[in-house]
Design a protein around this ligand. Structure first.
Ligand code: GUN
Length: 269
């Protein structure tokens, strides 16, 4: 099923689920920047929340806010019983320690899955696994290659694939071209999170491979993935209209999981 279709179905399901709850879940979005990309992300999140009938509060804080003041705002929402999830939009202004902020959000309301002790899976890896499962992709004993080792995509992605019994290889900026080609040639599942337009282009791939493109590269106002479109493989996620939609969906699911966990309800759908 195409990602657009899959996300539409899941959102319809979440809307129905929320319509049967006594009160809808509520997300607080804290914004301390004015960059275009963040504004676009937040607009997308607000649109999604409205679509599924969830509540939200969008708080814009001054760019010159101190770290201490931001932490105290987060603390206030950690204790606010009407709030189920807290999302602090990254990046934060220079001088504010992002790691400290990520750790300030209580793990119980951490919809991003950023906290080291979070009960929730970071949105991008979660969205990818859920989608591949829905596509009935086999994991056990398969060669999975993750390119990129960030804390929010590469590392958690590798862990999830390992938990699904894949043979996992994590490649990164220090991997040689020769080794990259070797691992790609043998890969059944490739997750590419490099941040370079068409990083995967002419390399040899299995025709049966599944390629997940996490890249969002804006060049002259046009969005490109990390992979050339129409590779000769079994499944390739598009950009745009691919992993970005899955990430947004996962945030909604994590919000509902927060809502349920806080109320001692069974945290599954
Ligand atoms: N900035 C870019 N993407 C994200 C995201 O998924 N969550 C947060 N909190 N900030 C972001």
């Amino acid at each position: 099923m195409e990602i657009k279709e899959y996300v539409k179905e899941r959102k319809a399901y979440l809307t129905d689920l929320i319509n049967h709850l006594p009160v809808p879940p509520k997300l607080v979005i804290i914004q301390v920047n004015e960059d275009e990309a963040s504004m676009a992300y937040i607009r997308g999140k607000i649109k999604d929340l409205s679509t599924i009938n969830a509540n939200y509060e969008h708080i814009k804080l001054p760019l010159d806010i101190s770290e201490e003041a931001l932490l105290s705002v987060i603390e206030q929402y950690n204790h606010d019983e009407t709030v189920d999830g807290i999302l602090v939009q990254m990046p934060l202004p220079k001088g504010i320690d992002e790691e400290k902020v990520k750790e300030a959000v209580t793990p119980l309301k951490d919809v991003d899955g950023f906290h080291p002790l979070s009960s929730y899976i970071p949105c991008t890896p979660k969205g990818i696994i859920d989608y591949l499962e829905n596509e009935k992709i086999e994991f056990s004993g398969k060669n999975a290659v993750v390119i990129g080792r960030s804390n929010i995509v590469g590392k958690p992605m590798a862990k999830l694939l390992l938990n699904k019994n894949c043979n996992v290889t994590v490649l990164h900026s220090k991997t040689t071209k020769e080794d990259m080609a070797f691992y790609l040639k043998h890969a059944d599942i490739v997750v590419v999170a490099v941040g370079r337009k068409y990083f995967i282009d002419e390399q040899e791939l299995k025709k049966s491979a599944v390629i997940v493109d996490v890249g969002i590269n804006r060049v002259d106002g046009i969005l490109y993935g990390d992979c050339r479109p129409n590779l000769d493989v079994k499944l390739q996620t598009p950009v745009p209209g691919g992993v970005g939609l899955l990430t947004r969906l996962s945030m909604l699911e994590n919000l509902i999981l927060c809502y349920k966990k806080r109320r001692g309800l069974k945290d599954e759908f």
